[in-house]
Design a protein around this ligand. Sequence first.
Ligand code: 5GP
Length: 193
Amino acid sequence: MKLLEDKILAEGIAVNENILKADGFINHQVDPALMKAVGEDFAAHFQDMGITKVVTIESSGIAPAVMTAAAMNVPLLILKKSPSKVLNEDLYQTVVTSYTKGTSYELTLSARLLSETDHVLIIDDFLANGEAATGAVRLIRKAHATVAGIGILIEKSFQPGRAKLEEQGFHIYSQVRVAKLAKGVIELIRQDS
Ligand code: 5GP
């Protein structure tokens, strides 16, 4: 997606060879016009697939995911990060390792908000090792809902997330693919649209 590619090249910050900061337009300060375009692009890509809900992980996926849900006219479900296990039978929980923090957290979903009649689109800001998306899939499956696809704003294609998710048969659409990072250097795999 050219608009997002251009923004990343202009305002993204490559911290080192693994981490790209997008906190000026996605997950700290938000560019609403860009997020609206991102949402419309996901909605166009995943149209006519019978999607009933968009699912994201708090907090960095919320801005693009809410715009996607608005463009698709479906609810947005935010999977919560709980620091410790909450013993409550109305919750589904699974442990996920955070890529950026290196720590683990419990990803949590309230059982009443998702059911076997739901077919969901997972949206997240970054794809690195695929841990967050895989954790989201585990919770969605606990609720007996199905996954229509996974939409990612920024895929770091030199990391193993895409391959891991594709091995499990998921349809992944990444708006921007990063070939390489180094301090102050961002190389993209240029795509058509
Ligand atoms: P994964 O679970 O695929 O290993 O990592 C994806 C999650 O980690 C995303 O939800 C995102 O919040 C965070 N993440 C991974 N890589 C980066 C990065 O380069 N920059 C930022 N800002 N977040 C990242």
